[in-house]
Design a protein around this ligand. Structure first.
Ligand code: UGA
Length: 433
């Protein structure tokens, strides 16, 4: 496809990645946001989000003139061929997605969209939203297309430019195909569907991933009870191509800005359709149970009582490679520990500032000072490379709880500490490994 005139509304991690990558693919892209200060920073090439490759891509887009940042959606869309809606759809009351931002933008630009311009939803929206937007616009000459994103935080640019698939859906098939064509250079399989199916793909995929993780965490729990090792179990499962090796790592539970929100939203969607999605409810319950099992593990390592226990926390972000704390399982574990009277000192390479219920420090060794237990909650690679002998010297106790199975147990034992992972045998002596 030749270069298209695109407007992206919203410059969060989805909108900014979409805009910068589409410009990288040769399209002329205008990114719009309501936040004037943010637009000014982006226009000067300053990217606040920690997303590998994004700042470089924005810089290249600005230099080439194919990427611009503006305030004011109405003026921006006046000669657009496609407008992407990338505004937030947070969890609203009762777990359903809150569509106010999407609807507000549709209402704002509805009468100035040029005839034939495709209005494209990228934000995760409930099934039926395309139709609702079309009704709201009341314009038969504006096709509404769903084009869900499958970007992971921390690898968003790589995911955009090397997608497993492109999904486009509309009740106007030609419009869906035109949107699919914007990605032609990526040579990814393209699924062209009706609007409702495309909207459902996103929820179905994210909820499947959440269920997969809850399942793995439950199997890890079984491993502990049966004396098996989750590392071998998931390796054995992962070689089965029907299962796949990805998303099989146990942890403190799944979190972030997407899986928790989307699982609750799909439950509400199912409920509204008269279907009780028990399997999904169980996955959400299992995620809470995992958090509680982690807390119990840490309490056990602290000698059974958390009141007054000094816990050193390594990692606060919901996963490595991001500074995002939204629905972070690490924070969720910490808030329970703190409520039970533990004194927390925490370090995360990407997170600073004040967080209620803990002291956040900027040096990983500081968290070990006087700690009864050290807990790894986010899988930052740099934690593997710490001087564990020095950490052991600084600690008061000798227990390390590794909720990501990140560390090499032998290294921890050699430092004179004990290691307790998830779904793996406890390591107290070198010989036991
Ligand atoms: C997720 C999906 O993976 C993306 O495909 C989707 O586009 C995105 O949501 C979205 O809806 O926008 P993301 O929220 O960035 O991406 O995070 P994930 O990499 O999926 O991780 C989610 C949670 O699962 C994290 O807490 C992570 O630590 C945990 N996880 C992941 C595990 O505990 N074990 C694993 O093996 C993988």
């Amino acid at each position: 496809m030749s270069s298209a005139r695109i407007v992206v509304i919203g410059t969060g991690y989805v909108g900014l990645t979409t805009g910068a990558c589409l410009a990288g693919l040769g399209h002329r892209v205008t990114c719009v946001d309501v936040d004037e200060a943010k637009v000014a920073r982006l226009a000067a090439g300053r990217v606040d989000i920690l997303e590998p490759g994004l700042a470089e891509l924005v810089g290249r887009g600005l230099t080439s003139g194919r990427l611009t940042f503006v305030v004011g959606a109405r003026a921006a869309v006046s000669d657009a061929e496609g407008v992407f809606l990338c505004v937030p759809t947070p969890m609203g009351a009762g777990g359903a997605a809150d569509l106010r931002a999407v609807e507000a933008v549709a209402a704002e630009i509805g009468d100035v969209l040029p005839p034939g311009c495709a209005l494209i939803t990228k934000s995760t929206v409930p099934v039926g939203t395309s139709r609702r937007i079309a009704d709201l616009l009341g314009r038969g000459d504006i096709p509404v297309v769903s084009n869900p994103e499958f970007l992971r935080e921390g690898t968003a640019v790589a995911d955009f430019l090397g997608p497993d698939r492109i999904v486009v859906g509309s009740d106007d098939r030609a419009a869906a195909e035109w949107v699919g064509g914007l990605y032609a250079d990526l040579a990814a399989p393209t699924v062209v569907a009706d609007a409702a199916s495309a909207e459902l793909v996103k929820y179905a995929a994210n909820c499947f991933l959440a269920m997969k993780l809850s399942y793995v965490n439950a199997i890890a729990e079984l491993c502990e009870r049966l004396g098996a090792d989750i590392t071998s179990v998931t390796e054995g499962m992962g070689h089965d191509r029907r299962i796949g090796r990805a998303f099989l790592k146990p942890g403190p539970g799944w979190g972030g800005s997407c899986l928790p929100k989307d699982t609750h939203a799909l439950l509400r969607i199912a409920e509204a359709a008269g279907y009780e999605f028990g399997m999904l409810t169980s996955a959400i319950d299992e995620n809470l149970a995992q958090r509680d099992r982690i807390v119990a593990k840490i309490a056990g390592a602290a000698g059974g009582n958390l009141a007054g226990a000094r816990i050193g926390v390594l990692g606060l972000a919901f996963k490595a490679g991001t500074n995002d704390l939204r629905d972070s399982p690490a924070l969720s574990v910490c808030s329970v520990l703190s409520a039970m009277g533990a004194e927390l000192t925490a370090y995360d390479p990407a997170v600073g500032g004040e967080i209620a219920g803990m002291t956040v420090v900027d040096d990983p060794y500081q968290v070990a000072k006087g700690a009864d237990v050290l807990v790894v909650l986010t899988e930052w690679d740099e934690f593997r490379k710490l001087d564990w002998s020095y950490l052991a010297e600084l600690m008061h106790g000798d227990a390390v709880v590794d909720t990501r199975n990140l560390l090499e147990p032998g290294v921890i034992l050699d430092a004179g500490l004990s290691w307790l992972g998830i779904g793996r045998p406890r390591a107290r002596e070198r010989v036991a490994l």
